[in-house]
Ligand binder design. Structure first.
Ligand SMILES: C[S@@+](CC[C@H](N)C(=O)[O-])C[C@H]1O[C@@H](n2cnc3c(N)ncnc32)[C@H](O)[C@@H]1O
Length: 292
């Protein structure tokens, strides 16, 4: 007989003794164990009785096999338990799309202040994956219509499930599109976490990343091909006064060096994360020739 508290301690010790990478939702062995155990057993994270609950035999078998997959196959916990948290909301997560972790969550939860002075009517989540960014934005801006766009049919099928989970189908639409190709009209706010990792760096990433679709990670030209294309084409899809907020993560240095003439605004986050820029349509038009 083992309690939840005892199992969490045991799993945490196993994780500590293994060479695991944390970065898909937690940053240490104990939190990773809590995530795995609580999500597997469907226990609320704030349940005060949780740690003394006794785990049934079949539950223990399931937990054992998930702990083994985490350690031996380096499968991220989000994929093992099929869910991830983003900006305080729960999302279905599986290998059809990257695990949500963008610092954009913090910005959206704050209403994208100070870039958005009045509530946006149309929002685009470009390269939406499982839809976490656009769905969080729809949750924040209650009157906005939101388009979720991605090239991957797999990612869009997961995004559709998340739209349905959050009962947002009346305001949130899905578009299969190679960047802007299949999109129409103008958006007041464009949010994007596109692929921005150079191929040689993807090959060096910890094994946890190999479970995620490479289409979501890799971008040619030192990681900058897709971000630069977005900067180039975005003004044609932004309304007057519209804003693009885009994450380029660790490619911040390469992009800043490439765009030395452009006064890019890099955002700071209280809860960690870097490499997110905000730029208005006017600025995108002014510096358009730099984005080639
Ligand atoms: C870094 S993931 C971001 C997923 C999600 N927005 C998030 O933050 O978790 C990038 C996404 O871009 C999509 N993608 C890659 N190339 C694309 C393209 N040319 N046009 C549209 N989407 C693309 C991938 O399928 C992937 O879902």
């Amino acid at each position: 007989m083992v309690t939840v508290g005892e199992y969490v301690e045991r799993a945490s010790a196993v994780f500590d003794g293994a060479e695991l990478f944390y970065g898909h939702g937690t940053d240490n062995a104990f939190d990773e164990a809590v995530y795995l155990v609580f999500a597997t057993l469907d226990i609320a994270f704030d349940d005060p009785e949780a740690y003394s609950r006794v785990i049934a035999r079949d539950e223990c078998d399931l937990l054992d096999s998930r702990v083994a997959d985490r350690v031996e196959k380096h499968t991220p916990v989000a994929y093992l338990v099929g869910q991830a948290w983003f900006g305080g909301m729960r999302f279905i997560a599986d290998a059809r799309a990257l695990i949500p972790r963008s610092p954009l969550a913090e910005l959206i939860a704050e209403g994208c202040a100070p870039f958005v002075s009045h509530p946006p009517e149309r929002i685009l989540d470009l390269c939406c994956g499982g839809g976490c960014i656009g769905i969080l934005a729809a949750h924040q801006f209650l009157l906005a219509r939101v388009d979720l766009a991605d090239l991957s049919a797999d990612a869009l099928s997961l995004a559709r499930e998340n739209v349905s989970l959050h009962t947002l189908a009346d305001r949130v639409s899905l578009r299969q599109s190679n960047l802007f190709e299949a999109l129409e009209g103008r958006y007041d706010l464009m949010l994007s976490n596109p692929p921005y990792v150079p191929l040689d760096e993807v090959l060096e990433l910890p094994p946890e990343y190999s479970h995620e679709p490479s289409l979501g990670l890799i971008s040619e030209d030192d990681g900058l091909a897709i971000p630069l294309q977005i900067l180039r084409e975005a003004p044609d899809y932004l309304s007057d006064g519209g804003v693009l907020v885009m994450e380029v993560g660790y490619s911040v240095e390469q992009l800043s060096a490439r765009l030395a003439q452009v006064p890019l605004l890099w955002l700071e986050f209280a809860h960690g994360g870097e490499g997110v820029l905000a730029i208005t349509r006017d600025e995108l038009l002014r510096y358009r020739d730099q984005f080639n």
